[in-house]
Design a protein around this ligand. Structure first.
Ligand code: M6R
Length: 610
């Protein structure tokens, strides 16, 4: 989604803004722009459709746009096509205000009509421009009072950065339902939609809350509530290294993050296993509260939802309690059935996905307890949930999630074991066996990654297929969902995942000569059933690539065209191994098709609009 960065200080603003925008590129964007106060009574704006390099060239790396205060933006189009004029920052008609915005102004049509009737001429088709025009229309010489007045008139979700020509020593930042972070420096201050844009300049940050307004100057930062009353905010220290958000010699962030999975898994799991027991010191649910849970609803989007799908099988088996998995975008509108004995587990890498956030708020409103599994520390979901468990994956930059998926799954295993133990649903032999295998997962992941050329070879055989089905049963089906999503989001090949038994109820009609079917068969008890489905698709002309375990490999090889095999482990933990060949396959296929792997078309890393 869109990215915001703002700077006020003594250095030249433009190069800092461009650097910040570069660090936000991963979020996905189609145009970019900067606005800088020129020191002579005017705000200069340069913006352009396309990659950041275009903006960089237009401004000669920022040197052609002098000034020490400014705003930058990368836009992911919602209202109005990607174009130079629709890019941010947006200026008010007489050049008094420059505005950058993430989110959506829902009542922009009525505001636009109102302003046009007052003689205001609009330059763009965006919802954002109404904010700039309304600020100028309402301006009475008091900047904060004007901002407050405008906020009363706009509806929707927004993070705003505002620069006013008449008060060129301050930036105003506003947040409602879209993240905004303030970076605190010595003699300078910053604002950004994502900590990655700030980390090169400062590690001391303030997370803005909804309906807060901040005033940034060289001297400091003040935060106010919606009534302009000062709010005391505790600065937080960001402790990850800047190198964690850099490629470090890898061609793509996605590949780097795939390779980082053993470490991410270790960092997430090992500190939480003490003397072979799962210890969740960071979980604030009491044992009594855990025992009281009678129903679990997992809520998430995209790959996080797929983690939920896998977890359903695991938790139901371990806890013998009903577990539902809900798409966040559906949950909130479905009149969901939850009670105070329901635990809603919300899964989100970014902690900012708007659908997940809204669903979580709805679950809380209905009285459910909410446990969030989140990667980004200090994100909105992490702050608003009743209980939080972090996935210590480190910053994930590639749009296609990999290490976040693996660590979310890891936390779900821990939650499953911990709850099962408290609920008295697991015998000690099973518990010990799973914990023992959990500690071996990272080295098994490493052995798959060491043999990645094997998967690269399969990708080189199959990368030209136009239609790919993933089939599996139970957990294998849930992993197939993730394999299919990985492939389609970065390679643009049409792909679907099916519960293998469902094929003959309709979808098998699409299978013909040359269709590729990836058949997942990791579980002995379902192996024969799955192989019958494989025979069905093969007899209709499909090429079949199998994914199984070392133990079942030989049996599978007899029927399929090619086989990938992962090391054997406890069945509950197999998804952590199975997903890696799926990720590598998608990566290599996309590479061979020449796709822009880290910035797939139309996609954004963090989806902050509904
Ligand atoms: O940050 P979240 O985990 O809430 O994001 C959810 C989805 O947008 C995300 O998993 C998306 O599906 C990924 N691009 C998949 O690779």
């Amino acid at each position: 989604m869109c990215g915001i960065v703002g700077y006020v200080g003594q250095e030249q603003a433009s190069p800092i803004l461009l650097d910040g925008l570069r660090r936000l590129e991963y979020r996905g964007y189609d145009s970019a722009g900067v606005a800088v106060y020129d020191g002579q009574g005017g705000i200069r704006v340069v913006k352009a459709k396309g990659r950041l390099q275009v903006l960089s060239d237009l401004t000669q790396e920022g040197t052609a746009l002098p000034g020490t205060i400014g705003l930058g933006h990368t836009r992911w189009a919602t209202h109005g096509e990607p174009s130079d004029v629709n890019s941010h920052p947006h200026m008010s008609q007489r050049g008094k205000f420059a505005v950058v915005h993430n989110g959506i102004i829902e009542n922009y049509m009525e505001l636009r009509e109102f302003l046009e009737n007052q003689g205001v001429t609009f330059a763009s088709q965006t919802d954002t421009e109404v904010v700039a025009q309304l600020l100028e229309y309402c301006y009475n010489g008091d900047l904060m009072a004007t901002v407050q007045k405008v906020l009363h008139r706009i509806r929707g979700a927004y993070a705003l950065g505002i620069l006013c020509r008449d008060q060129p020593d301050v930036l105003v930042a506003v947040r409602k339902d879209s993240p905004l972070i303030l970076g605190l420096g010595e003699g300078f201050n910053l604002l950004a939609s994502d900590v990655t844009a700030l980390i090169r300049y400062t590690r001391d940050v303030v997370y803005m809350d909804d309906n807060e307004i901040a005033l940034l100057s060289t001297a400091g930062v003040q935060v106010f509530d919606a009534y302009l009353q000062p709010v005391d905010k505790e600065p937080q220290r960001v402790d990850w290294e800047i190198s964690a958000a850099e490629k470090g010699g890898y061609e793509h962030f996605m590949f780097k993050e795939i390779m980082e999975q053993p470490k991410a898994f270790r960092d997430t799991v090992f500190p939480r296993i003490v003397n072979n027991r799962v210890v969740l010191e960071d979980l604030s649910l009491t044992p009594e509260e855990v025992r009281d849970i009678d129903h679990i609803v997992i809520i998430a989007c995209g790959s996080s939802y797929h983690v939920g799908m896998v977890s359903k099988y695991i938790l139901e088996k371990l806890l013998r309690k009903p577990v539902e998995v809900a798409l966040a975008s559906e949950f909130r509108y479905s009149d969901p059935f939850v009670t105070e004995r329901t635990l809603c587990i919300v899964i989100s890498q970014s902690g900012e996905t708007i659908d997940t956030l809204a669903a979580m708020r709805e679950a809380k409103r209905l009285g459910a307890k909410v446990l969030a599994i989140v990667n980004v520390v200090g994100s909105t979901i992490a702050r608003e949930a009743d209980h939080v468990l972090y996935t210590w994956a480190g910053p994930e930059i590639a749009v296609a999630t990999t290490k976040a998926y693996s660590t979310q799954l890891a936390v779900m295993y821990l939650v499953g074991l911990y709850f099962a133990d408290l609920m008295g649903r697991i015998d000690s032999n099973t518990y010990d066996a799973i914990v023992c295998e959990l500690l071996r997962i990272p080295s098994k992941m490493e052995s798959i990654l060491e043999n990645k050329e094997h998967i690269q070879y399969f990708a080189s055989i199959y990368f030209n297929h136009d239609s790919i089905f993933f089939i599996g049963r139970n957990i294998d089906y849930a992993i197939g969902l993730e394999g299919s999503l990985k492939l389609k989001e970065i390679s643009y090949i049409h792909s679907e995942a099916y519960a293998a038994g469902e094929l003959k109820h309709g979808t098998i009609s699409l299978v013909e000569d040359g269709t590729l079917v990836v058949a997942l068969a990791s579980y002995g008890q379902l192996f024969e059933k799955l192989m019958s489905n494989v025979v069905e698709v093969k007899s209709r002309g499909a090429d079949v690539l199998g994914l199984t375990t070392q133990r079942l490999k030989e049996s599978m090889e007899k029927t399929v065209d090619a086989t990938m095999a992962v090391p054997d482990t406890h069945p509950m933990l197999l998804p952590s191994l199975d997903v890696i060949p799926m990720q590598l396959f998608a990566y290599y296929v996309a590479l061979m098709r020449g796709c822009d792997i880290d910035k797939p078309r139309n996609l954004a890393k963090s989806v902050t609009v509904e």
